[in-house]
Design a protein around this ligand. Sequence first.
Ligand code: IFM
Length: 764
Amino acid sequence: MIHYQTEREKKRFWIGEKEFLPEYELKTESVFAQCNGYMGVRAAHPFSLIEEQRGMFLSGAFNKAYEGEVTELVNCPDVTWFGLEIDGEKIYPERSCLKSFERKLDIFSGELVIHYVFDLGEKGEVLVENRRFASMAQTNLFAQSLRVQFLDGRNRQVKIKTGINGQMTNSGVSHFHTSTARVYDKEIMEIRSELENGTVTEAVGCKVVCGVQEEKEFNLKRRGVYGTYAVTPEDKEVIFEKVTFADQGEDGITTEERKLALLAALNKGYDVLLEEQQAKMKEFWDVTRVHVDGMSEAEEAAVCFAQYHILGMTPWHTNESSIAAKGLTGEGYKGHVFWDTEIFLFPMLLYGYPKEAKRLLEFRYRGLDGARKKAKDYGFEGAMFPWEAARTGEEETPLYAALNIHTGKANKVWSGIKEYHVTADIAYAVEQYYESTGDDRFMEDCGYEIVFEAARFWASCAKWDEKRQKYGIYDVIGPDEYTEHVDNNAYTNYMAVYCVKMALNYADKLKAENEEVFKSLNQKLKLEKDLQKWKDFQEKMYLPVPNEEGIIPQDDSFLSKPCLENIEKYKESQIKQSVLLDYSREEVVNMQVLKQADVVMLLNLFPKLFDEETVRKNVLFYENRTIHDSSLSYCAHAQACAAIGAMDLAWEFFRKCLVVDINENPHDSTDGVHSASLGGIWNCLIFGFAGVHYEKGVLYLTPNLPKQWKTMEFYMYIEGVKVHFTVGREKIALTCDKQEGRMIKVKAGNREYMLEEHLDISLA
Ligand code: IFM
């Protein structure tokens, strides 16, 4: 069994494993990966293992290998492999006698440390330590060190071979049209690999830091370049450092610049680079850290683990890429971007790093043409955002899933065609951003256009229902993917109306306050001709309301379907989607059974949409019918249960979402971590337990802390002001720097307050 051991030392927080467990390898590679938003490197061993899936991913480096294949995030040339020979004996963890082993991730710095002690018989015992991190201070850099120490005190010859392996594929699919390898100045190894739309260059420099380098030789292989360094230890020790510079040719970077950057990094050395990394990471943690008095060390580690990965998957440097469902940690979901980004990950970034959060929306803006094309292709107007996005806004969802091994037939994937709601999810994020930053410039450059084009899409897909005398939205998939081809999914319809209302409000506001901007948008988008249609849509769209029992129907047919008997069996199953082993997909679609939160998501996004009793009833009703087969579900239910004060359930789900990746199931997370769930942990903490909700200029506070917690402390940027929160059971304290002429309106209980500099709120 894998043991994720947490250990809090001064200013360090480790999560690690103490046994060598090849059966967990693929999972551990994802979970302990080094990522800095520009690159992500799986935490594979430096030495080859029989079963491994090395991976190096650069944000935005997508490619479609052949017609008919899906565009995917390319697995770039590997730089983590080392060959080690001690007195002519090759070292392999699976074959050499491994006496002890440890692999651990320092969550606060992002450094991975792997220790091996090999017993080489007559050649004695040797300790090998491999350390690495993806630099946050200089995001093109990846630093590694390899230390070999002879524990019995005798010196032996050490041969280290390493370089760049350009033979990497995405599960067998090779992406590079050409790949040229070479060595510059007998020093720097480089591979330049051509993709359909760009070039990935990886250059590597190595240095013997401790020991006497006797020989150095380079050799080229097909799509590979390697250096071999023969070193005699000094004082029983060899230390070898390797720095990689990876880029996609941005800013026209030249070979000379690459080389200089590498030499400068090698000159500084691993330890100095690590200090820079720690300083940069500290800046992140100073904003992001959520301190909870009453949390166990393991829980705190899991929260920090989630934040570490979010920091590592966010493209801090660009608006040309976004956050993938697996971040930069694996090939899962082909590196594509889903609603996960705007709904699950965006909030932590918005309230911690608004400028960077904006880039995620700009990425969607850049994809508007692709979204327009999709709308047109499906007979709609405006912009229909892709269910799965890569680099552009075009739909990238594969049309067919993997073959069924028994029938040989491929199942059609309907999400890319029918999961409309992503278009409103993006507009929701735009409004969240605008409300909490007031960034008019962004709205004028991108935001309004996204919202207007989204509204146009919604108005075009509504159909008139004679019987109801209302519009409806038909044949969709809501967030719950166990319910396909349904009419009037509640989440979809409410989100659609919200989006159209938003567009109308923006149009009115612009006309009243900024006619110039309205005129220019109107000229570009021909808004006037559609405003009446949007009004009509907003007034006459059918919105499912609570029935006599107070239940909001998930869709038109949901409540008339039979329930799944023995749902507990599937809820408790260790195997995800085990219900599909007992029932066909069609049978599942025709039952009251949910894969993941659906109406509950709606209640989370709009906590003030229904009265407390309705929210409570619906959360419990739908939880009873939800298997939580999607990793997006526990966090959503934890948040919702906290909001209704169902604290036992909230705690149960929160505990489950903390370990969506760091659990003991070797088959989970093998192709990457679950980004949305990691984001959902923050949402659950802040929106759920601390009960923070910011809407239309009011900061609402309704905390429900788990019974063992005394206080929660964190920062959030509200209206551009960095506010420090201390949320307790009986009181809340808010502090911020005084802003001339500005105060934040706060509501807690039934009372209103104004935050200027400091505010104490008694909840008693
Ligand atoms: O976006 C999710 C979806 O809601 C459930 N299946 C996985 C997707 C990617 O995480």
